[in-house]
Each structure stands twice: as structure tokens, then as C-alpha cells.
Design a protein around this ligand. Sequence first.
Ligand SMILES: [Zn+2]
Length: 92
Amino acid sequence: MTTIPGALDGGAAPRCPECGFQIFNRRYPKCESCGALLPETIVYSPAERHALRVAEEERALESARHESSAVDATPASLDDALVSAMMGLTQP
Ligand SMILES: [Zn+2]
């Protein structure tokens, strides 16, 4: 039994009503196993898919920004904290 991180959406994955295939990609309107059209309760609506895509793009931009800023910001502030801690320890 393998678990796929991210696929567990707070519960079991929905299944195709035609063949019982587990639906992991809820953005695809058809069953990936038998090709049956999936009910709207399983797949995301076009509006939801659009919102997801926008959110994902924003998240990607955000994490890229965080990574680049973390590289030059975090070590410096860590060093400062260490230096002031050392100073406090070595002072009589
Ligand atoms: Zn199916």
C-alpha cells in the first residue's frame, strides 16, 4: 500500500462510477482508466481549475521569492543572534 502525498485530500480519493478507478487527477474531466465522463461532484469545475492554476502560479512565484530572499537574509540574522549571545556569555 503506497500513499501519495498531496493526493489524500482529507479522505479517500473519489472513484469512477463506471469502473471504480480511483480518481487522483480531479482536474481531468474523464476517467483515466475507462474514459467515462466523471460527475461534476468529482472533477473540478472550469472556474475551480482556473482558481487552482492561479493559486499554484502565485505559490510558485512566492516560494521562488522566499528562497532567494532566505539565502541572503536568514544566515545574517542568525549570525547576529549568535554573536550577541556569545557576547553576553563572555562578558563578566
Ligand atoms: Zn472509469
